[in-house]
Design a protein around this ligand. Structure first.
Ligand code: CS2
Ligand code: MG
Length: 402
């Protein structure tokens, strides 16, 4: 099956998405998500200007060889732009291989290991009371696992809290907005949020929280310890993870489960975290960590240390990524949970897909390939619109982690 053409489709149905479409001499096409929130055009150019000329004429079935060619052949290895571009090619090639085999993609990844893919949704509110009400609303929608984020008294804004309760979009301006942060205010507030949630919802509801890289290791240890009475499903991105060894300190102080990895793009970013069991869930994704091929490597490596997958699934990962992720989650033995921040109806219209939500889980569907397509005519109606993620400053002006 020969690659005869490939092109990048940039569209902005409310937010920017970058999609790679690979076409073959068998009349089949494959799609890969190449969206890197806030740096979309860098990946679009990496694909158009540097990768696509090398793809045309190759055998689309040679997924591993093409992956190695793109990874080793670049000389400059790793990094979010490179691995996002490789991820898009890899995902499109797996989509093609499954279509050529006339099978849903999960059948090529080991077949069905579970009847459903447990997901978690995002409840957020300006304060504890509104957040509790939103958790109740997500529970009524059928979610069995819910992430809770609330405003922090004394801070004008914080991560994960938005006016629109259904569709959270952090890339909110044509130049980075500046948020203010106070760790003392956050640490004083967050245990109260989870105490209120446990009082209202009891012990069974799986509750998650995203710290979003904002604490130092000892502060993360303190928060993890303070949250132990509320038995979270996980505390995510407790501290920046470039220094993987920093998680030893957190682990020494708390049994609150830890999840990390949405900003990782290769196995090297998390090798120590996994080998030393410094995390419980790894959040790397199909789009940002080199596609199905590399994500499966990471997941299988994680299984050796009883670390489970907990793939990132925010709105800035397109339905193409979600579709592919669900097929891997359907087959992967050490699947843990899948994040599911719903896409807007206009996004879903651009990316028709087979997956569906039912009773707190997603199902990948039985369509051949990863089950997601793109309506190029509709996509063309939404031109790219530059948008940045915010930056964060401490109250004294120090630039901090957003
Ligand atoms: C967040 C994301 O969903 C999450 O866990 O960390 O919303 C993240 O902020 C965005 O994907 C960044 O583009
Ligand atoms: Mg996160």
């Amino acid at each position: 099956m020969k690659i005869i053409a490939a092109r990048v489709i940039v569209t902005c149905p409310g937010r920017n998405f970058v999609t790679l479409k690979i076409e073959t001499d068998k009349g089949l096409h494959g799609l890969g998500d190449a969206t890197l929130n806030g740096r979309e055009l860098a990946v679009a150019s990496y694909l158009t200007d540097h990768i696509i000329p090398c793809l045309v004429g190759r055998d689309a079935h040679q997924i591993e060889d093409i992956w190695q060619f793109l990874y080793r052949g670049a000389y400059w290895r790793r990094g979010p732009v490179t691995m996002c571009a490789i991820g898009a090619v890899d995902t499109a090639l797996w989509d093609l291989k499954a279509k050529a085999a006339n099978m849903p993609l999960y059948q090529l990844l080991g077949g069905r290991s579970r009847s459903e893919v447990l997901v978690y949704g995002h409840a957020n509110g300006r304060d504890i009371e509104e957040t509790c009400d939103e958790v109740a609303r997500y529970q009524s929608l059928g979610y069995r696992a819910i992430r809770a984020q609330s405003g922090v008294p004394g801070l004008a804004s914080t991560y994960g809290v938005s006016a629109d309760k259904m569709y959270y979009e952090p890339a909110d301006a044509a130049l980075p907005t500046e948020n203010l942060w106070s760790t003392p205010k956050y640490l004083a507030h967050t245990p109260k949020l989870f105490e209120a949630l446990r009082v209202r919802f009891g012990a069974d509801l799986a509750l998650l929280h995203d710290v979003h890289h904002r604490l130092t290791p000892i502060e993360a240890a303190r928060l993890g310890k303070a949250l132990e009475p509320y038995a979270l499903f996980w505390m995510e991105d407790a501290t920046p993870a470039e220094n993987q060894a920093a998680f030893r300190l957190i682990r020494q102080h708390t049994v609150t489960p830890l999840a990390v990895g949405e900003v990782f793009n290769t196995i090297w970013d998390c090798k120590q975290l996994i080998e030393e069991q410094l995390v419980d869930f790894i959040r790397t994704t199909v789009v940002h960590a080199g596609g199905i091929t590399h994500l499966k490597r990471i997941a299988d490596f994680a299984a050796l240390s009883q670390v489970r997958t907990g793939c990132h699934g925010a709105t800035d990962l397109s339905p193409v990524c979600m579709g592919a992720s669900l097929h891997l989650a359907t087959a992967q033995p050490n699947f843990g949970i899948q994040e599911y921040m719903r896409h807007t109806p206009e996004t879903d219209e651009v990316f028709p897909h087979a997956y569906f939500f039912k009773d707190g889980a997603l199902h990948c569907g039985e369509r051949i390939g990863h089950g997601v397509d793109i309506d190029e005519k509709l996509a063309a109606k939404y031109p790219y619109k530059r948008a940045y993620l915010p930056v964060n400053r401490l109250e004294d002006g120090t630039l901090w982690n957003w």
